[in-house]
Design a protein around this ligand. Structure first.
Ligand code: PMP
Length: 305
């Protein structure tokens, strides 16, 4: 099993992992309407721990609370404090994944909009690093649509869709799954956004393609134009473009930047990690570890230097 840090944050307190519990009749259990974030913190050269784009993750969490009509939207500072205090309580100084969940708690089975609670915990694990690669499949399951379950809201119940697609793909022998919109255009992976390289240019499904508006996607859009010297294309993307592309990769806070080597057993480009993806990986990992001063505003240090 994946190791978890010994302490979690729960509704204002630091508690042992085993005590981070919610009531069986809470709204989050019954309706699956928690909202959550997954982000990473990286060890810097000086030994500090740097949270990557924490402010943007908190903004998205708060947007989720609004969209899910929570009776109270937790203040930005309270969420930041929860994450930082939890990491400090665990004395964490190595690379770690961080999970934050805002939820409908209490024990009243009829209360649909509150009380609003907050959970944070850490799953220490190393970065995937440069290189690597995934063998992917296009799912038989379609991505949920904004007209029913909005994919841009990182709501726990939405992830029934991703889980169904991912489990099927893994049981069929693939490392990763790509999902299409209801009208058959490419959307995204089960926990990451999709980017292709076509004619030396980055191409990614637009925000109308039933995707989560990924923070890593945004990072890549900013870096991509520098690396390729061409503007990034955000548009509808066809399934067969996976086979026309020179390169493809997934990007997400947990996924980081990971090459896709094949789709449905057909190689993407050469079938090896390509030069654009490798250059983006190098740059991404340098930024998250605080090696490029230009991007310091994206980093929140956990420890006082
Ligand atoms: N799509 C989905 C469905 C996801 O769950 C995630 C992970 N949050 C992403 C994309 C990537 O988003 P981000 O870069 O903000 O982590």
């Amino acid at each position: 099993p994946m190791p978890t840090a010994p302490y979690m944050y729960l509704d204002g307190s630091i508690v042992p992992y085993a005590d981070a519990k919610v009531h069986a009749f809470s709204g989050v259990v019954k309706y699956g309407c928690g909202v959550f974030e997954g982000l990473r913190a990286y060890r810097s050269a000086s030994g500090n721990l740097l949270l990557f784009r924490l402010a943007e993750h908190i903004d998205r969490l708060r947007f989720g609370m609004k969209a899910m009509r929570y009776e109270r939207i937790l203040p930005h500072d309270e969420i930041e404090e929860a994450v930082v205090s939890m990491l400090r309580a665990n004395d964490l100084r190595e690379d770690t994944h961080v999970r934050v969940i805002a939820y409908l708690g209490g024990d009243d089975p009829l209360h649909q909009t509150g009380p609003v609670g907050l959970i944070a915990g850490a799953l220490p694990r190393p970065s995937r690093g440069v290189g690597g690669g995934l063998h992917a499949t296009v799912s038989s399951w379609r991505r949920i649509a904004d007209s029913a379950l909005p994919p841009r809201v990182k709501c726990t119940g939405n992830y029934v869709n991703n889980r169904t697609a991912e489990i099927e793909a893994v049981q069929d022998g693939y490392d990763a799954v790509l999902m299409m919109t209801a009208d058959g255009k490419l959307a995204e992976g089960s926990g990451a956004c999709l980017v292709l390289v076509r004619d030396g240019r980055l191409v990614t499904p637009d925000v109308g393609s039933d995707i989560l508006e990924g923070i890593t996607r945004d990072t890549i859009l900013r870096l991509g134009a520098d690396i390729t010297d061409r503007p990034v294309a955000e548009r509808r993307v066809d399934r067969t473009e996976l086979f026309a592309a020179e390169e493809a990769f997934l990007c997400g806070s947990g996924q980081e930047v990971t090459p896709i080597l094949s789709v449905d057993r057909l190689p993407v480009g050469s079938g090896e990690p390509g030069p654009v993806t490798l250059a983006l990986q190098e740059r991404y990992f340098a930024i998250v570890r605080g090696e490029i001063p230009e991007y310091a505003a994206w980093l929140t240090p956990v420890w006082e230097d």
